[in-house]
Design a protein around this ligand. Structure first.
Ligand code: CP
Length: 315
């Protein structure tokens, strides 16, 4: 039996960022993801929706959650999924991104999911390839599928996103998760507060419709949702805080400062978690934490996107 799906269409070839999605498109993706959620709870976790379609996961950066959930999402929809990791591909022999993509295109896949350290890499592929491209994270630019699964998780717990106070704390400067969530949450009507060290807070973030808090406590106070971000040391060109211990002392989420938030606060983190740095282990494992529900919803969101782009959900 096939799952009941949304009959509305997504009129676009690629998913490159949340910035260019309308509220209607975000709602369509979230509603479609909701309808796919139960497939993962069945004894036989498979529907024939994308039988005969091919999805290539092309990852130039490390990933546990995103790559695995795209692969599982494709398999649960009966698509053929292929994983390519740059470090074990001909990229190490010097092949360019475009040449790699052109060669993959020649094998006639339907969707290419790409993660790359360079902002804009998925956009280049979207321009030159006929296949649908999904951005699985490009540098510090956007991580649209993460923001969609975060919005799905918030909506499922809180009923709606509009009117909520959402605090995003930590390394804003290097975070594609922060950027995609800021675009999505503000479009959906949330009040977004940012807090982090001055060296990790880009100048002029207020132009994105958010409030930049001077102290982490100001961001957390009365928050409905608090999202901690990982420090992205791999993207830092120089040391921008004295030590992890000092960072944790001033910016870690913990049982003490979370007491300022609403009683029913949701604690989120995109993963991977640096326990004891941006969040204390007891808080990450607490009843308020939805970190693993985010991961579960990630499979449903990625099933929805594959279906909307390659199935009959595409216009
Ligand atoms: N949240 C996230 O993108 O995790 P991975 O890097 O493990 O995919």
């Amino acid at each position: 039996m096939e799952t009941e799906k949304n009959t509305r269409k997504l009129d676009r070839k690629d998913i490159l960022g949340i910035k260019e999605l309308s509220v209607e498109e975000i709602n369509l993706i979230l509603e479609t993801a909701d309808s796919f959620l139960e497939v993962s709870t069945r004894e036989i976790k498979k529907v024939p929706t994308l039988r005969g379609k091919t999805v290539i996961n092309l990852f130039y950066e490390a990933s546990t959650r995103t790559r695995t959930s795209f692969e599982i999402a494709g398999k649960r929809l009966s698509a053929d999924t292929v994983n390519i990791t740059a470090s074990t591909s001909s990229v190490v022999k010097g092949e360019t991104l475009i040449d790699t993509a052109r060669n993959l295109e020649s094998m006639n896949p339907d969707i290419i999911v790409i993660r790359h350290s360079a902002a804009g890499a998925p956009h280049i592929l979207a321009r030159v390839l006929k296949q649908s491209i999904i951005n699985a994270g490009d540098g510090a630019h956007e991580h649209p599928t993460q923001a969609l699964l975060d919005m799905m998780t918030i909506k499922s717990k809180k009923g709606a996103i509009a009117g909520l106070k959402v605090a995003i704390t930590g390394d804003i400067a290097h975070s594609r998760v922060a950027r995609s969530n800021i675009h999505g949450l503000t479009k959906m009507g949330a009040r977004v507060f940012l807090a982090g060290p001055a060296t990790m807070m880009p100048y002029g973030m207020e132009k994105m419709g958010v409030t930049v808090a001077g102290r982490i406590e100001e961001a957390i106070e009365d928050a409905d949702v608090v999202m901690a971000l990982r420090i992205q040391t791999e993207r830092e060109k120089q040391c921008i805080f004295p030590s992890l211990r000092e960072y944790a002392a001033h910016f870690s989420l913990n049982k003490r400062n979370i007491g300022l938030a609403r009683k029913d606060v949701m604690i989120m983190h995109p993963g991977p978690v640096n326990r004891g740095v941006e969040i204390s282990p007891d808080l990450a494992d607490s009843a308020s934490s939805v970190i693993l529900e985010q991961v579960t919803n990630g499979v449903a969101v990625r099933m929805a996107l594959l279906y909307l782009l390659a199935g009959s959900g595409n216009a």
